[in-house]
Structure formats: C-alpha cells, structure tokens
Design a protein around this ligand. Sequence first.
Ligand SMILES: C[S@@+](CC[C@H](N)C(=O)[O-])C[C@H]1O[C@@H](n2cnc3c(N)ncnc32)[C@H](O)[C@@H]1O
Length: 272
Amino acid sequence: MLSSLFKLFGLKHNVMNNRVVSWLIKNEQFNAHLVNYQKSNELQKQFVQYLPDRYTANYSLYNKQTGFFEYNDIKKWTAGFYENNVGDLSRFLALNLCIDQLLEECIVGDIAEFGVFKGNSAFLLARFAQRINTNCYLFDTFEGFDERDFKENKETRFEQDFSGTSLSSVKEFVGEENVVYVKGFFPDSLAQIKEVEGLALVHIDCDLGAPFKAALDYFYPRLQKGGFLIMHDYTSLFWPGAKKAIDEYFKDKPEFLIPIPDKSGTCIIRKV
Ligand SMILES: C[S@@+](CC[C@H](N)C(=O)[O-])C[C@H]1O[C@@H](n2cnc3c(N)ncnc32)[C@H](O)[C@@H]1O
C-alpha cells in the first residue's frame, strides 16, 4: 500500500517521506480527527510527532485563539511547485508560526514579499493581510530572473529561472483582496508604489545577491519593532550571493540571524 503511494508521488521510500505523504493524503480526514486525537491510530500518532502541537493535539484549543493555520493551505503551498514545497513543509509551518506570533502580540502593519514566482508563499501572506486588514505588497518581474542581476554579479545559474509564471496566473491563484502587485525589476519597481512604513512582516525570496541587498536596504528600515524579516536561502549553500548580502547587511545591526531548519535554509530576525 505505502509503496504504491510513493510511486504515485514519485518519492523515495524513506521514513520522512512516508510521513509527509501520509499527511498530505490524510490532511482533510486528519483535520477532522484532531479533536479525537487520543483515539487516533498509530500512524497519526507517529506523524503528530513532526508537527507543532498547536496544529495537532491542541488544534481545537488553537482555533479558539489565533486560529490562522489551515490544513487546506497545504494544497496551495504545494500547487504547481510540488517537488520543491512538499519537501519544505517546515518552511510552511515556520511562516504560520511567525504569523501566529504577530497575531498574538497584536503587531499589525503592511506585509511585503519580494520574490513571488507562482504565489505559493504569497497566498499565505495575502490571507494574513486580509485577516488584519492591511496591504500585502508582492514584488516580482513575474517573468523570472532579470539578466541585469547576472551581468554585474557572478551568480550561480540553475536550470530554474522562474520564468514559468505570469502576473495574471498569480492574480488568479493569490487573489486581489488586500494585495498590491508590483511588477518589474526590483529595485526600480519601487518607484510604482507610495512610501510604505511600519511593515509587520517582510519575506525576501529573490535568490540572488544584488536584489537581496537592494531589498534589505529598502525593507529593513521600514519594518516596525517586533516585525519579522524572513530571508530565504541563507543556509542552503545554493545561493552564496544571498548569504553574503545578508551577512554584510547585518554586520552592524543589533539583531542576530536565527537559522530555521527548513529545506531551503531560511533565516529570520525580529526588528529591535
Ligand atoms: C524562488 S522564486 C520565489 C518563490 C516564492 N517565494 C515561493 O516560495 O513560491 C524567486 C523569484 O524572485 C524573482 N526575482 C529575482 N530577482 C528579481 C529582481 N531583481 N526583480 C524582480 N523579481 C526578481 C524571480 O522572478 C522569482 O520569481
């Protein structure tokens, strides 16, 4: 039974994938089972060891509090980017936990993401902006990497150039409620928006060093105290330009970088 599931999803047969696949297959049923956690079967109990308690054993208690996390979001998190994002559920969970923390501390402000691609992380940030009724700014070319970022900097090139997307498909996927789409080469695209301030959460996921540096220069001073700055690809070793830009930027800042054990090596700071 399990081996046919692995074949179905094209995944290697190992323990972690066993649990990931089980969760994905069962998440809707699982959701309903959570209130009956004590009665759950052995597989569910095993799997529960790998998710935050607030989203499993204490899910009904959690739902009476911030209640932001939704199992159905996992479908959007993996949609069209399955091979990557099914392996990065920890990143999805970390984003949800950061949002929970802001909700619990009543830190309210605009949200921004630089590096949207198909919108697999943006939809969650947009949902957060709708919940707190602020703006979610989404910056991208929506056509993939721009050659200008390679001309002046020696950046690694991978097969993936993120051109397989479009503004209209992202609009359809993420929606337009509380969302401001800013299409174009960053940082030039900043000219399209009015000044922003008091940001509550910024997610930078542009992979390359030069735009990462430009994004830190712009977003960090505009983040409010306690706001989250979530930086992708810091410890993955795939994107040395991004790591260098982050290290150099935070050399003289009061915050320390906190690495997150997700697949793509996110690091986080909270603004002091
Ligand atoms: C890794 S993808 C973002 C993935 C997305 N955050 C997610 O989790 O699904 C990186 C994105 O950064 C965008 N990007 C990189 N450099 C850029 C620049 N200078 N201006 C605008 N967009 C850029 C690319 O177009 C690409 O869509």
